[in-house]
Design a binder for this molecule. Structure first.
Ligand SMILES: *Cc1c(COP(=O)(O)O)cnc(C)c1O
Length: 434
């Protein structure tokens, strides 16, 4: 299987080239040349398989030329070593809890899979690599934790001073070893600018064997298909093939993985892209016009994105056919006010704590059901543990939200970070060597 660029002006490359490059040379995003197909029988058999057994059948066709099945199986067992419980809320509504990984957000799936594959490759090729990533919070902690203490890999994380929560910061800065954290005196855009400039600096790229682990990496999309299949497999026998998935969306990586899962074999699923007021894609689907805008701050902050990077992949998957895109994605936005009310409603009706991102997905489902007059079974993705957003949750629910043990213990751990401004940061990086 080779990987092509959505802009079709770059050579087709192998899976490992695609993940180490991140972005194609023509500025496009990588996608597999074809989407492998799983038979109805293979899918039906998943009903009795574990998450990592299902993961193997999905991932293997995408990278079988590079990793043998046994090695991949070991990587998956090591990296996808946490559950994704499917919580039954009522007769036909389920919440898929994607926050049981080490950093309590669904980004652990992508980051841990990528870490396993990159580390395997760095060891077999016997070279040292440096991962450079800018973060506004969740990605950095998932990447830091996933690559922690792996041989032949150094990680440098840039985060904006005072713009990530104390917990998010401590998830990165208390690790040490091969994880270096730079606290930049600036905002997220300044961090991203330094990362972009570093990747266009040939000398630095070679000196550090630079690679990125950000959300546009194709190596993060493949593992996001795992849990579509996993939850489908748990419901198919009782509920059939027509299942709705509501996906809280920001950069649309999670939703793009859903579209790929659908093309790969889950042909009858319905996909809802649920956004907050950063509604570039819902607007596009309503009007046919794609208009990026500056992002607006909301309480579902991981989705505050004004130019979703995976839009390019979505267009490519449907050969830029607008009515096909419209047929395959129902996109809808919700306000902070609606989200707050939804969190309260779900808490009082079901005694269930849904974080703001999950609540946006729940609202998306309700709007879909009204628009389509349907009562099909549905899965809502809960992408973060509610305690990760305890400040917001406590205000809305007027009660204490308890931190899970591994978050609470971070409070007293020692931090290690380097505080730099943009200028010092560039010269700091230039002086590094692998
Ligand atoms: C990143 C993130 C999202 C958005 O996912 P995309 O793949 O960027 O659409 C939703 N919820 C949480 C908690 C996230 O961290």
């Amino acid at each position: 299987m080779k990987y092509l660029s959505t802009r079709q002006n770059s050579p087709h490359v192998s899976f490992s080239e695609a993940i180490f490059k991140g972005l194609a040379p023509d500025g496009g995003l990588y996608l597999p040349e074809t989407i492998p197909q799983l038979s109805a029988e293979t899918i039906a058999n998943m009903a009795t398989q574990s998450l990592s057994e299902i993961a193997l059948q999905i991932a293997y066709p995408f990278l079988k030329e590079e990793i043998d099945e046994k090695t991949l199986k070991n990587i998956l067992e090591e990296q996808i070593n946490f559950d994704a419980p499917l919580y039954k809320l009522n007769d036909n509504t389920f919440i898929l809890e994607l926050f049981h990984g080490p950093t309590l957000a669904f980004k652990d799936f992508g980051a841990r899979f990528l870490a396993g594959i990159m580390s395997h490759s760095a060891q077999t090729k016997k070279h040292r690599i440096t991962i450079l990533t800018a973060t506004s919070g969740d990605t950095g902690s998932a990447v830091a934790k996933s690559f922690y203490d792996l041989p032949n890999i150094d990680v440098i994380i840039l985060y904006p001073q005072n713009k990530v929560s104390e917990l998010q910061r401590k998830q990165m800065t208390t690790l040490g070893k091969n994880i270096t954290c730079i606290e930049l005196e600036g905002n997220f855009d300044d961090c991203q600018k330094i990362v972009k400039e570093s990747f266009t600096n040939q000398k630095l790229c070679q000196q550090l064997n630079l690679t990125s682990a950000n959300s546009i990496n194709i190596g993060r999309l493949i593992p996001q298909m795992f849990y579509y299949y996993y939850s489908f497999s748990r419901l198919q026998k009782s509920y059939g093939n027509e299942i709705i998935f509501s996906v809280p969306s920001g950069n649309f990586g999670n939703l793009t993985a859903g579209l790929m899962a659908k093309k790969m074999g889950l042909t009858e699923i319905k996909l809802i892209a649920s956004t907050n007021v950063n509604d570039v894609i819902p607007q596009y689907l309503a009007t046919g016009k794609y208009q990026t805008k500056p992002s607006v701050e909301t309480i579902s902050s991981a989705m505050d994105i004004g130019n979703p990077s995976n839009f390019e992949r979505i267009k490519f998957l449907f050969e830029n056919n607008f009515s096909e895109i419209q047929k395959n994605i129902f996109a809808v936005s919700s306000t902070d006010e609606e989200t707050k009310t939804e969190i309260q409603k779900i808490n009082s009706l079901y005694n269930y704590l849904l974080d703001p991102h999950g609540a946006v997905a729940f609202l998306g489902l309700e709007k879909y059901k009204t628009a389509h007059q349907t009562n099909l079974p549905a899965v809502i993705f809960a992408t973060a543990h509610p305690a990760k957003f305890s400040n917001v949750m406590e205000k809305i629910l007027q009660k204490n939200i308890f931190l899970p043990k591994n978050l609470a213990s971070l409070k007293n751990r020692k931090e290690k970070k380097i505080i730099l401004n943009s200028e010092n940061c560039a010269s700091y990086l230039a002086k590094l060597n692998v």
